[in-house]
Design a protein around this ligand. Structure first.
Ligand code: MV4
Length: 674
């Protein structure tokens, strides 16, 4: 077995790999950048080596630095995870040349699958079904146009170096072909430095179905069935599942066989995925799937395969890398049950899935209902340097409906504050009727975007509850009812209290009081509500309103509270009754973001003196750069953002010390500081 493994990655995948290593008694070495000094993967590993500044290009992509770290710590293998250097054949070669095992396929296998046209030609030769099309090197427009005619319209033009949909053009008729080709080639050249394109028959109702394969160094290859990744948005996978709904057994056999053939053709060793596109216009059919590409790494969504097969794929990677044969033969592999994975991201679905950054003040993940693969914990920062994934939530059940209900329940238990997440968006997806029916498709999210991204508004009862919490009315007191200082003996008139809430920039006046044991009456924005409240634990209570009980959680900061209930969450701030006047007086004391965007440069530290017009912040918003300057001479009192942070419109970025009272003019002739 491998003695010590260096994990050339970060986040959840580094943590996930470390856990399997430790279970098998293999020592681990983590690597980390400046931003990851206190990251979870660093604290889990046996030892850790600093490899450079925060940008990936200066740390996690520095192959030589990482190899040096392995040599220095005596690691005899490197696991690349996914992304970063995982599919870089030169890195695989450099690792091997340094006398270290690369936990992955040979560099030849990585190279063979790197260029999409060459990979397709190779697969076609190996007898794997490939989408009808032209995958050759000839790029003459007239020639390609004739090829398009031969294939039959509509066709899809794709960049040979592409992926992720860049440089793709659908062409309906011969008349449009020339222009579409020229534009695809320009885009491909700009994006990949390679203008070459291939032409394919256009599949109008595609499903993305991929097969997990595994090879060893003894010529064995098996497959571990399929994953359906059709639920995507802008080529980003959102929820994956295994097996694929509606897949006939005959098609499963044919796809598995094709995938094994593909891996055999390149003597594949280790974990890999063969990505197929299936035409689902008439249901899934055994003769309507085609090879798209091969990913020569462990994938993000590998846990759904683990959930239905009972195999630890990282364990298999380690065993195969140490020269062992595959632990199981094809006859010993079965699908058992159904599994889903949802990708929990720091992003704001309602604002066009804008990545969110900041400090995760509070983080509860549903460990009892699901397998949770995460690389962060409460208190960590989601930085702009890396993928903003918070966790993968994986559920398994005996059947699809059970696994999906579990996913829905698990997502409703996600409670994060400080950073906006897509948890509510994901949960709405789990109850979307077409998806529940087992009809995932690549266009589903876009077709239902509004209903999936726009959340329910908070009920008036929820607003009243927020007001109670923010006023301190729910805090335990040393005497009387420990839960509620307002309950019991006081009369409504006496107990009445008032706060003004901030909900998404709107001011909501709330007055409230207790009219009995756990019974409240309130006026929210002028409208009366009444409700009952009973406490469940430190954070949770039951809110009974209009004859229905809702389990809600309250997570509060110093002057704000987030209410989690019904799978949704709402954030409320407390408006300081004096702030209005302050704000006017302090108008020129604050530097505010004029639009949502990224803080690219920050030239301000508390205590520094600034002069009027001095550039303090550079923001990037909608591809434009915007410089925010000091509105007057003064001293910086507070810096409320950090470089790389994403901010909303109106966010206060910097505060200046209040302007001093005018001082008497200095005497003439008094020396002045330069
Ligand atoms: C296609 C296609 C239709 N016809 N190829 C998108 C990214 C790349 N990996 C392959 N993609 C597609 N290739 C042919 N010949 C439609 C897509 C496609 C897609 C595929 C899988 C999952 C989601 C998708 C979303 C849009 C387009």
């Amino acid at each position: 077995m491998l003695r010590k493994v260096l994990i050339a990655n970060r986040g959840e995948i580094a943590c996930r790999i470390i856990r399997t290593c430790h279970r098998l008694g293999v020592a681990t070495v983590a690597v980390y950048s400046d931003a990851d000094r206190d990251a979870l993967h660093v604290s889990l590993a046996g030892e850790a080596v600093h490899i450079g500044p925060s940008p990936a290009a200066e740390s996690y992509l520095r192959g030589e630095t990482i190899i040096q770290a392995a040599l220095r710590t005596g690691a005899n293998a490197i696991h690349p995870g996914y992304g970063f250097l995982s599919e870089n054949p030169d890195f695989a070669d450099a690792v091997t040349s340094a006398g270290i095992r690369f936990i992955g396929p040979s560099s030849d296998a990585i190279r063979a699958m790197g260029l999409k046209d060459a990979a397709k030609a190779l697969m076609e030769k190996a007898g794997v079904p490939v989408v009808p099309g032209y995958h050759g090197a000839e790029q003459d427009p007239d020639f390609l146009s004739r090829e398009a005619e031969r294939i039959g319209f509509p066709v899809l033009i794709k960049a040979r170096a592409g992926g992720g949909g860049k440089g793709m053009r659908r062409v309906e008729s011969a008349a449009d072909f020339g222009e579409a080709l020229a534009s695809a080639q320009r885009e491909a050249l700009a994006a990949f430095g390679d203008p070459a394109c291939l032409i394919e028959k256009y599949i109008a109702h595609p499903r993305h179905i991929e097969i997990q394969v595994f090879g060893d160094d003894h010529g064995n290859v098996v497959h571990l069935f399929e994953r359906d990744c059709s639920l995507q948005r802008r080529h980003q996978k959102v929820i994956e599942e295994a097996p694929a709904p509606g897949m006939p057994e005959e098609m499963r056999l044919a796809m598995g066989e094709a995938a094994v053939k593909a891996a055999m053709a390149i003597s594949y060793s280790g974990a890999g995925t063969i990505e197929f596109i299936a035409d689902a216009s008439d249901g899934l059919k055994a003769d309507r799937f085609w090879f798209m590409e091969m990913n020569t790494r462990l994938q993000v969504e590998h846990p759904v395969t683990e959930a239905i097969t009972g195999v630890d794929l990282v364990e298999w990677q380690l065993r195969v890398a140490s020269g062992e044969p595959l632990p199981r033969s094809q006859d010993e592999l079965f699908i058992s049950g159904w599994a889903f994975e949802a990708r929990l991201y720091a992003e704001d679905a309602e604002r066009g899935f804008l990545p969110a950054t900041g400090r995760l003040a509070h983080l509860d993940l549903p460990e009892e209902l699901a397998r949770v693969d995460s690389g962060v914990r409460a208190g960590d920062r989601i930085s702009p340097f890396y993928d903003p994934m918070i966790a993968k939530i994986i559920t398994r059940g005996p059947d699809r409906q059970t696994a999906l209900s579990l996913l829905s329940a698990a997502l409703a238990e996600v409670r994060a504050t400080g950073v906006t997440t897509n948890a509510a968006f994901l949960r709405r997806l789990t109850i979307q009727p077409d998806f529940v029916e087992g009809l995932p498709d690549t266009g589903l999210i876009d077709r239902h975007l509004a209903e999936l991204t726009i959340g329910q508004s908070p009920s008036r009862e929820a607003m009243a509850l927020a007001a109670l919490k923010l006023s301190g009315a729910l805090e335990p007191k040393s005497r009387g009812d420990p839960w509620d200082r307002l309950s019991g003996f006081r009369l409504w008139a006496e107990a009445s209290d008032f706060v003004e809430l901030d909900y998404r920039g709107q001011h909501v006046p709330v007055s409230f009081g207790s009219i009995g044991e756990g019974v409240y009456a309130a006026t929210v924005d002028g409208k009366p509500v009444d409700f009952r409240l009973s406490r469940l634990d430190a954070e949770a209570c039951l809110l009974e309103a209009a004859g229905r009980k809702h389990r809600v959680h309250l997570v509060s900061g110093e002057r704000d509270v987030t209410i989690f209930g019904d799978g949704e969450n709402w954030h409320f701030g407390l408006i300081d009754p004096l702030a209005g006047e302050d704000e006017i007086a302090a108008g020129s004391d604050r530097i505010v973001a004029p639009m949502p965007g990224l803080v690219k440069l920050l030239r301000a530290t508390p205590g520094a003196s600034v002069t009027k017009g001095e550039a303090l912040v550079v923001m990037e918003a909608m591809k434009m750069e915007l410089t925010l300057a000091a509105p007057r001479d003064g001293t910086i009192a507070d810096v409320l953002v950090s470089q790389g942070e994403q901010v909303i419109e109106g966010a206060v970025l910097l505060i200046l010390e209040p302007e001093p009272e005018p001082e008497p003019a200095p005497e003439a002739g008094e020396p002045k500081d330069g």
